[in-house]
Write a protein that binds this ligand. Structure first.
Ligand code: EPZ
Length: 425
């Protein structure tokens, strides 16, 4: 497995370009199976493992795909199976969007239980509740989820928890249903809106995405279209934190500043200067930061996916910071790794208490999941001496070319490919 070697303590300066949003792309690509006519050209897709995985799954269903630099052209006219069971299905969360999209178009789907980051129990009861309300039968046997319906009929669905996945999945299931579906207590994340915009560009009739009530009026068919994925809110947040951590001045390009408000607000509270323009942010920091308290919440609250990178920054901020992780119950594994570098953190249930230390010191640390990996990289950038990050395959699932992007800013970070392991010694 690859490793990242980071020599910390360098200021970073310059411009960094944010890629398309992972969590939008892994939903939009499966939604392309809804086009019974024409091709979907999806642009601004990030060059990450999860996207490569989704494309392989789509090919296994019979989609014809051509892909290149940050785009994929998907022809779903001749899908020949509704069974998604290749290894990639179990390796990511986004594969469960095929339940909603295939159910919608073919009235049936069989998808292996999705995987993804190990950050707590990840139930799909709200997805099932939504599918059943539309008239589908759902069975889970031997690790496979099967959904089937004679017909799908619009319904009123009130989600018991705010769930990104359930909102998107049930929205996809409802786009071709007879009549109107109303989703209440829906998730409002930017990627929920992006998927709705994509479906509307294909001919769907979805209103209210981005609010907690989404109305979907079923249409007869969806067709191919050209669509560009929004910039990644979480990748942008991660690099905002990296810039704050290293001191210096970084321009973060291709962002939607509105999506980053909760992150900007916390960084400003910590003493970071942020200049906001139409599609870029400038982050200025002298590296002197003060601790803050954070509670992760559904959008527009502080995103759970940025909690881990943020805690690396808080570990060197002056004073005590308290984090309340309200979305995932075990998203603190990275703190044990940060402690190897000298961080002073303890966890009590969903609360983490971090007392800022003067410095972190380089160590061999492991990325236990995707955003934990981002936290490890940020810790390595801050730390005195050399840090070796293992578990890089998790980082590659969601951050395109992380070492290239950071090197361009002046960070001393390089990748050792698994086959070159000897050069480490
Ligand atoms: C999406 O996961 C993201 N993944 C996650 O990002 C992100 O952390 C999460 O949303 C919250 O923003 C993708 O988009 C692929 P949820 P998802 O359903 O959809 C509970 C990353 O780092 N819940 O919004 O799986 C659940 O247990 C990843 O990129 C139910 O109880 O999350 C959690 O507490 C990690 N029943 C809460 O809702 C359900 O049926 C939010 O989960 C579904 C969810």
């Amino acid at each position: 497995m690859d490793k990242l070697i980071i020599n910390g303590g360098k200021r970073i300066c310059g411009d960094i370009e944010i890629s398309g949003a992972k969590n939008a792309a892994v939903a939009i690509l499966p939604a392309a199976v809804l086009a019974s006519k024409g091709v979907c050209t999806i642009e601004n897709i990030p060059d990450i493992e999860d996207v490569r995985g989704v494309l392989k799954i789509l090919e296994s269903l019979g989609c014809k795909i051509t892909s290149g630099d940050n785009y994929a052209v998907i022809n779903s006219e001749n899908i020949n199976t509704c069974k998604a069971d290749i290894d990639e299905v179990k390796g990511m969360r986004g594969s469960y969007y095929l339940l909603g999209s295939l159910l919608s178009r073919f009235k049936k789907a069989s998808v292996d239980m999705p995987g993804g980051c190990s950050i707590g129990v990840r139930p799909i009861d709200q997805h099932i509740k939504g599918f059943e309300a539309l008239g589908a039968k759902v069975q889970i046997e031997h690790g496979v989820v099967r959904v089937e319906a004679e017909r799908l009929v619009g319904s009123n669905i009130y989600f018991d928890v705010v769930s990104v996945g359930a909102t998107i999945n049930v929205m996809m299931a409802a786009v071709l249903a007879e009549g109107t579906t109303v989703l209440e207590n829906a998730a409002k994340e930017p990627h929920v809106v992006d998927v709705a915009n994509f479906l509307n560009t294909m001919g769907a009739n979805i209103k209210g995405a981005g609010t907690d009530v989404i109305r979907i009026t079923g249409v007869d068919e969806l067709r191919g279209c050209t669509y560009s994925v929004i910039p990644d809110q979480i990748e942008a947040g991660t690099y905002m934190i990296a810039a704050a951590a290293c001191g210096g001045q970084v321009r973060i390009r291709n962002v939607i500043p509105k999506h980053l408000e909760s992150i900007s607000a916390k960084l400003i509270e910590m003493g970071v200067e942020i200049i906001e323009e139409d599609d870029f942010l400038v982050i200025k920091s002298d590296g002197k930061l003060k601790g803050v308290n954070i509670k992760t919440l559904p959008y527009p609250g502080f995103p759970t996916d940025v909690q881990q990178p943020m805690s690396a920054l808080l570990s060197i901020a002056c004073g005590r910071s308290i984090i309340n992780e309200s979305i995932w119950e075990s998203r603190y594994k990275h703190l044990d790794e940060l402690k190897k570098m000298g961080a002073n953190a303890k966890v009590e249930g969903r609360i983490a208490i971090i007392d800022g230390v003067q410095k972190l010191t380089g160590a061999e640390i492991r990325a236990t999941d995707l955003r934990a990996g981002a936290a490890m990289v940020i810790a390595g950038l801050i730390a005195e001496g050399t840090t070796v990050v293992t578990g890089v395959e998790h980082i590659d699932r969601g951050y395109p070319k992380i070492e290239e992007k950071l090197s361009k800013l002046g960070a001393d970070i390089r990748r050792i490919k698994s086959e070159d392991k000897r050069s480490l010694i």
